[in-house]
Each structure stands twice: as C-alpha cells, then as structure tokens.
Ligand binder design. Structure first.
Ligand code: ATP
Ligand code: MG
Length: 338
C-alpha cells in the first residue's frame, strides 16, 4: 500500500544532466515504491517564457522520457504524463484563477526572479498565472506530496492556498498538498560554479558518451592555487572531488585520492582520469537502458500515452467533483453530449 500520491515534473527545455540526477532523479527513483508517483512533462509551462523555442519541445520530451527510463523510473510503478495531453489541467486552472488575486501572483518570488533573469518588464497573463497552472497540475490528480527544492516552496504555498480557498468556499474536493524537501545537495558545474546548469554550459549530460565525459572531466576546474602535483591541494569546493564523492562507488579509492591530494602526492591528471572512469562506470548501466528504449520509440510513446490516459481519467474525476461543488453540474446532458 503506497503512502499517498506524489506529483513532480520537468519543463522539457533540454536533456537532463548529472545535476538533475543528484537534485531530483535519484530521489524520484527511490520514491517510486513509497508513493503513487506522477511525473509530469510540463510542456505548457514552456509557453510562459520560451515562445521562441517551440520547435525543440517534441525532441526534448523524447530525450527527457529516455532520461527518466534510463535512470530507473519505472512505468510499471509510476505514471509519466504529458501535460498538454490532459486538457482538464488548463480547465482547472481557469477555475482556480478566479480564486487568486493578481497582486498575490505578483508577489511570487520565483516570478520576480524569472522576470529579472530573462529581462521581462511586463509579464504576460500566462507567465503571471504559471503558479496557478502548477496548482492545477498537482491538484488535477489530487496530489498530496510534492518533492521540491527549497527555492520552490513558495509555489506550493499558493497551491495550498488555492486548495484551502476552494474547499472553504465550495466544500472539500482537494487535498492540501505537503512538500517533501529531500536531503539533496546542489551539484556544482564542471567549471566550479555553484550549480551545474545547462544555460551555464557546465554540464555532463546523462546521455553523454564515454568520450564526451572523459573530455569534460579532463577540462574540469580544480584547485586554482595548485600548480605542481607536489603542491598540497584543497578538497573543499573542488568539484573534481565533489563528483568523486557523489558518483565514485569505490570509497577506498576516493579516500586514498583525497589523502594524496592533500599531501601533494597525486597529480590532477590522475585524479581526473579516475573520475572519468568512475563516472563512466556510473553512467554505463544508464546508457544501456537508454539504448534499449531508444531503439524502440513506439514503446516509449506508448508509455507516455498510457500515463497520460491515466492522468486524464483522474483529472476528469477531479474536474467533475470541482464543478459539482461549484454548482456547475447543470446541464450535464448538454456538456457531455456536445
Ligand atoms: P536551465 O539552465 O534552463 O535553468 P538547469 O540545467 O538549471 O536548466 P533546471 O530546469 O533549472 O535545470 O532544473 C530543474 C530542477 O532540477 C531544479 O529545480 C533542481 O531541483 C534540479 N537541478 C538542476 N540542476 C541541479 C544541480 N546542479 N544540482 C542539484 N539539482 C539540480
Ligand atoms: Mg535553472
């Protein structure tokens, strides 16, 4: 018996990388047994900021689903959903948008950040409403648990407010979802910047081949103060060692390298060569699963179809309950037959 229903997802803006693995994917794989998991490919959310990149979406969806399957998200246990294949979600968003004041949306911190980062002075109604769409994503399947990074807790606050307001005004239909803040760190970039992020170009993709990984690693940022292999090196804040910690299964090797690095008894090249080997050992089974699914695109498509169908049925039930509660059940005969 699973503990509840969980929803999380991704905007299909590109392939997933090791940062995503550390920050969310590993956690999702673990959560599959505990919760009834829905993983949403949030393609409508792309429209809020990237109207000039729409031709990439289909390819990105394909890649992300392969990323999911390759790391061990299991469609037998979890549901992979394409947001735009569930029209009940925007319908719910419409209902919810009546319950939220515009200044409340203007205060959402992540909206302000996005406007600043993307140099947007006047948000579109769509961008302003994206936290409401997110509430509809979650509540369409009556999600109870949302794993989030700390930066996203404000989104869930609004979802909780919407659920509460709806239930108070019309009667209880929605759960008030809870956040699940995982004990995950942020993976630094290969350039040593605090976050691996595709827009910073400092990433290793889950789909990179062994050669690409080795090249990336050999060019990685290390301890800038260290010039000779005999100089004592610093482990802290050195991404090469952060990656060793995160991905090298051979703990004894990691400990030995750290000791020798601190003492100035190992060169950067050796540390990096061993990191490339460890990363490739970590990625090999992921690559194998990816190749198996990539060879059968019709199977992958069927996984999305099945998942979206399940989400759609859940969302229709939710929408019917919401409309009943709002006294909008009138003329079902017309609505259902039209
Ligand atoms: P973009 O450059 O387009 O912002 P990105 O590579 O930074 O892309 P996001 O789409 O911002 O990726 O990340 C989505 C989620 O993935 C984040 O909320 C976070 O949970 C997780 N994530 C992304 N990068 C990292 C990272 N380097 N370390 C830990 N978690 C990460
Ligand atoms: Mg980002």
């Amino acid at each position: 018996m699973k503990k509840g229903r969980l929803l999380t997802g991704d905007r299909p803006t590109g392939k997933l990388h090791l940062g995503h693995y550390v920050g969310t994917l590993a956690n999702r794989v673990r959560l599959q047994d505990e919760y009834d998991c829905f993983f949403l490919l949030a393609d409508y959310h792309i429209l809020t900021t990237r109207l000039d990149h729409l031709e990439e979406i289909e390819e990105n969806i394909r890649e992300i689903v392969l990323d999911y399957l390759s790391v061990g998200i299991d469609p037998g246990r979890s549901t992979i959903v394409l947001q735009s294949a569930v029209p009940q979600i925007p319908e719910l968003q419409l209902l919810f948008s009546m319950l939220v004041a515009v200044p409340r949306l203007q205060r959402v911190p992540t909206l302000k950040e996005q406007m600043r980062d993307l140099h947007i002075t006047q948000p579109s109604a769509g961008l302003l409403g994206y936290p409401v769409l997110q509430a509809a994503d979650i509540l369409s399947v009556r999600g109870e648990i949302v794993p989030v990074g700390k930066d996203q807790s404000s989104h869930l606050e609004l979802t909780r407010e919407i659920a509460r307001r709806f239930n108070e005004m019309f009667g209880t239909v929605f759960p008030e979802p809870e956040t699940l803040i995982g004990e995950v760190g942020t993976l630094p970039g290969t350039d040593g910047k605090t976050k691996m992020s595709k827009s910073l170009g400092n990433v290793i993709y889950l789909s990179d081949d062994a050669e690409a990984v080795a090249q990336r690693v050999m060019r990685m940022y290390t301890d800038p103060k260290r010039i000779h292999p005999t100089d004592p090196g610093t482990i802290e804040g050195n991404p090469v060692f952060t990656y060793h910690e995160a991905f090298n299964a051979d703990r004894a090797e990691v400990d030995e390298l750290k000791e020798r690095y601190r003492a100035g008894r190992v060169g950067d090249v050796e540390v990096k060569k061993r990191l490339a080997r460890a990363l490739n050992a970590f990625l090999d089974p992921i690559r194998e699963r990816r190749a198996r699914f990539a060879a059968r695109p019709e199977v992958v498509e069927e996984i999305i179809v099945e998942g979206s169908r399940r989400a759609r049925a859940e969302a229709q039930e939710t929408l019917d309950s919401a409309r009943d509660a709002m006294k909008m059940a009138y003329y079902r005969g017309v609505r259902d037959r039209a």
